[in-house]
Ligand binder design. Structure first.
Ligand code: SAM
Ligand code: SF4
Length: 331
C-alpha cells in the first residue's frame, strides 16, 4: 500500500531507493572516478550496515518498496554478504537489486543468489580487453566476463548489462553489444553519458543520444518494443527479432523521464538526494547519530521526498552539472 507520504508535490510516487554503500571502488572509470586526487570519506563518516538497515526499515514507512545497492563498488565493502542477507529480511520491500562492476562477481555470485537476489545489473563498457583497460584503468575484463558467465550459470534473471555510450571511445561497439543479445539472454542497456561530478570528461562531442544509438541498432533488424513493468526503471526496452535477450535505452539527458522519476538516493555518507543532478542533500546521518528518534528521521525522509526537484533542467546540449562524484552518489 502506498502512503500519502511517498507522493511528492508533482504526484510522483517515490518508491525506489538507490543506496550507495561505499564510495570506494576497485576500478577507475574515466567518467566516474579519476585515478589521482580522489578524496574518499573517512570510514567514520560512512554509514554502518546497522545504520543502513535502520534507515531502510524506516524508508518502507515512507513508501519505499524497491532498493538498489550501489556505490562505489558494493562488492568491495567488507561484510557485504552478511549485510545483504539481513537487508533481504526487511519487511515491506518487494524488490532488492544490485549494480556491480562485476570484478568480484564470480567470487560472490552464489552467495548473492543464496540471499534471495535474482536480478543483477553489471556495468561493462567494452567487449575488448584492451579498451576495457583504457576505460577502467584496470586489466580486469576477463574477471568481469567470468562474473557475467557465473551469473548466467546461476540463472540470475534478468542479467542487465549497462553500457555508457561515449562517442570516440566505445561507439564502434554498439552493434557488437546489440548482437550479444541475439546469443545471450542479457538485457543490454545503453546509458547516455552524463556530466556528473566535476571534470568527469563530459563534453557535448562525446555525447551520443539514445535516438542515435537506436537508429544504429535498427540496421541489425526490427526493434520490437517490450512493455515495462511497474517497478521497472526508465529504460525503453526492445527486442531484436529472434533474440534471447533485450536491448534497452536510458536517455538520462535527452528523454525527459523526470516526470516519471520514482527515485530517492542515499549516499554512503548518509545524505538523501532527490535528484542525481541537483546537489541539494539532506543529512540524515547526523540526527540518526544524535539519537533524534524515528519520528524525526521519518520527517526528514518525507521532506526529501516532498522537496524532490521537479526535473533536472538538463537539455542535450546544456546540461546542468552536479559537483558530487557519481561514485559517491551511486549512479
Ligand atoms: N560500481 C558499480 C558499477 O559501476 O556498476 C556501481 C556504481 S556506478 C556509479 C553505477 C552506474 O553508473 C554504472 O552503470 C556506471 O556505468 C554509471 N555511471 C557512472 N558515471 C556515469 C556517467 N558519467 N554517465 C553515465 N553513467 C555513469
Ligand atoms: Fe567504480 Fe562504478 Fe564508478 Fe566505474 S562507474 S569507477 S566501477 S563506481
Amino acid at each position: 500500500m502506498l502512503t500519502e507520504k511517498s507522493i511528492e508535490k508533482t504526484n510522483r510516487v517515490i518508491s525506489y531507493l538507490r543506496l550507495s554503500i561505499t564510495d570506494r571502488c576497485n576500478l577507475r572509470c574515466v567518467y566516474c572516478m579519476p585515478e589521482e586526487g580522489i578524496r574518499f570519506a573517512p570510514h567514520s563518516e560512512i554509514l554502518t550496515y546497522e545504520e543502513m538497515l535502520h534507515l531502510v526499515g524506516l524508508s518502507v514507512q515512507s513508501g519505499i518498496r524497491k532498493v538498489r545497492l550501489t556505490g562505489g563498488e558494493p562488492l568491495v565493502r567488507k561484510g557485504f554478504i552478511n549485510f545483504l542477507g539481513r537487508l533481504c529480511k526487511t519487511e515491506g520491500l518487494n524488490e532488492i537489486t544490485l549494480t556491480t562492476n562485476g570484478v568480484l562477481l564470480k567470487e560472490f555470485a552464489a552467495e548473492i543468489k543464496a540471499c534471495g537476489i535474482c536480478r543483477i545489473n553489471i556495468s561493462l563498457d567494452s567487449l575488448k580487453p584492451d579498451r576495457f583497460f583504457q576505460i577502467t584503468g584496470r586489466d580486469y575484463f576477463d574477471r568481469v566476463w567470468e562474473g557475467i558467465q557465473e551469473a548466467e550459470r546461476l540463472e540470475f534473471n534478468p542479467i542487465k548489462i549497462n553500457v555508457v555510450a561515449m562517442k570516440g571511445t566505445n561507439d564502434d561497439e554498439i552493434l557488437d553489444f546489440a548482437r550479444l543479445t541475439l546469443e545471450k539472454p542479457y538485457h543490454v542497456r545503453f546509458i547516455e553519458f552524463m556530466p556528473v561530478g566535476a571534470n568527469n570528461g563530459w563534453t557535448p562531442d562525446k555525447f551520443i543520444s539514445t535516438e542515435d544509438i537506436r537508429e544504429q541498432i535498427g540496421t541489425l533488424g526490427v526493434l520490437a518494443p517490450v512493455k515495462s513493468k511497474p517497478l521497472d526503471g526508465p529504460a525503453q526496452r526492445y527486442l531484436l527479432e529472434g533474440a534471447k535477450g533485450e536491448v534497452g535505452f536510458i536517455g538520462a539527458l535527452s528523454s525527459h523521464f523526470c516526470k516519471k522519476c520514482n527515485r530517492l538516493r542515499m549516499t554512503a555518507e548518509g545524505n538523501l538526494r532527490g535528484c542525481l543532478f541537483s546537489d541539494q542533500e539532506i543529512d540524515i546521518k547526523t540526527p540518526l547519530r544524535e539519537g533524534r528518534g524515528d519520528d524525526h528521521l521519518l520527517k526528514l525522509m518525507n521532506y526529501a521526498i516532498k522537496s524532490k526537484p521537479k526535473d533536472h533542467g538538463s537539455g542535450t546540449y546544456g546540461p546542468r552539472k552536479c559537483v558530487r562524484k557519481m561514485s559517491s552518489i551511486g549512479g
